[in-house]
Design a binder for this molecule. Structure first.
Ligand code: G3I
Length: 335
């Protein structure tokens, strides 16, 4: 049977998609799907520092502003992503800074300028993205050797407590925005999960303005349910808002070249979507449910195949915007 409700209609909390403004403009079924199914949107790259400030002192906000205008006209919430990210989405000019005083004031100015520009237009920000190391659960301080290609190591230059200061800058720029710390892999990396939870509790004790935790949740059909539940539960115990901020569920975690979708894999994906959504709904108190955002709209435009150099189909909509079993899994998880 065809589902009778959209995700937005069925959910008691916001449902989001990460979107590309170009696809919203040029791809009618993509736009239609966002309009019908979502109540919240996140820009997939358009609000990252590399797009907003490709050169020092230059701020290109036009694309983001157009997306925000689309959201406003369609009455969708906008979640800002992201003010600070150590990785390659930071513009090259910023990655070249080595002096801690210079870097601190540059980031402060960036956050002040961008936060002020989008004030009242975004509900929330991922203030710092992916600052915690995968295994040790410490603030990332990777070598600076690869700067210019991949890493921009703000943790190494500014020290562990930079994350707290970025939240203070963001709060000053937009006192009404809900401020999130966003990261991935909490469901399979216990040291990372505890480090994030401890950091959040420490911020609360010290009066650092943090309001939420984003669990990206880029998982697969093989990700153990216990880990997913544990990550959601421990994060929710902080009392902060919880955003499943970048959900997708890969069917080809082994990145096999001969991957083919089978009814069995689609069924596993159905089960996993249902599990994530029902667990979020059950475990996170309603007052802390910031919502669930899917990282992309459809399998045809998903980031995963480009990244893994393999075939995959991790979203609830197929490349023709048809509703997959995964879509029904999402709906069943909401019941
Ligand atoms: O727009 C240009 C295009 O003009 C150019 O021809 C093309 C050739 O390389 O690149 C296009 O830009 C790409 C952009 O995505 C637009 O799709 C960038 O190279 C590419 O690096 C960028 O990748 C994005 C990645 O973050 C880095 O910013 C992915 O789309 C986006 O899905 C991904 O999102 C991240 C979250 O921000 C944080 N969590 C993980 C998640 C997945 O990696």
């Amino acid at each position: 049977d065809a589902p009778s409700q959209t995700l937005a209609e069925a959910a008691p909390f916001p449902i989001g998609f990460a979107v590309s403004p170009a696809s919203i403009k040029s791809n009618a079924p993509y736009r239609q799907t966002v309009i019908q199914e979502a109540t919240s949107i996140t820009a997939d790259v358009a609000m990252k520092p590399s797009r907003i400030s490709p050169q020092k002192g230059i701020y290109n906000v036009d694309v983001a502003d157009q997306l925000i205008e689309f959201a406003r006209s369609q009455k969708k919430r906008v979640h800002g992503h992201t003010l600070v990210w150590y990785i390659d989405t930071s513009p090259n000019w910023l990655k070249q800074i080595r002096d801690s005083t210079d870097l601190e004031s540059t980031l402060q100015t960036y956050i002040q300028t961008v936060g002020t520009h989008f004030k009242g237009k975004v509900a929330s920000w991922d203030v710092v993205n992916e600052a915690v190391d995968n295994n040790r659960g410490a603030i990332r301080k990777d070598s600076l050797n690869t700067v210019g290609k991949t890493l921009f190591n703000v943790g190494k230059i500014l020290g562990d407590d930079y994350v707290a200061r970025m939240f203070q800058y963001a709060h000053k720029a937009d006192p009404n925005a809900r401020l999130f710390y966003n990261d991935y892999g909490q469901e399979t990396r216990p040291a990372k999960l505890s480090a994030i939870v401890n950091m959040a509790n420490d911020f609360k004790r010290r009066g650092i303005p943090i309001h939420g935790l984003g669990l990206q949740m880029h998982i697969s059909i093989d990700t153990p349910n216990e880990g997913i539940e544990n990550a959601i539960r421990k994060s929710a115990e902080t009392g902060l808002l919880i955003h499943i901020s970048e959900l997708d569920i890969a069917m080809n975690p082994g990145k096999k070249k001969d991957f083919a979708e089978t009814p069995e894999l689609l069924e596993k994906q159905y089960q996993k979507y249902k599990f994530v959504v029902s667990t979020y709904k059950k475990i996170v108190p309603a007052s802390q449910q910031f919502g669930i955002t899917l990282w992309g709209v459809d399998d045809g435009t998903s980031w995963i195949p480009g990244f893994c150099q393999c075939l995959d189909a991790a979203l609830p909509f197929d490349a023709n915007f048809g509703k997959k079993r995964a879509y029904q899994g999402f709906l069943d998880g909401l019941k």
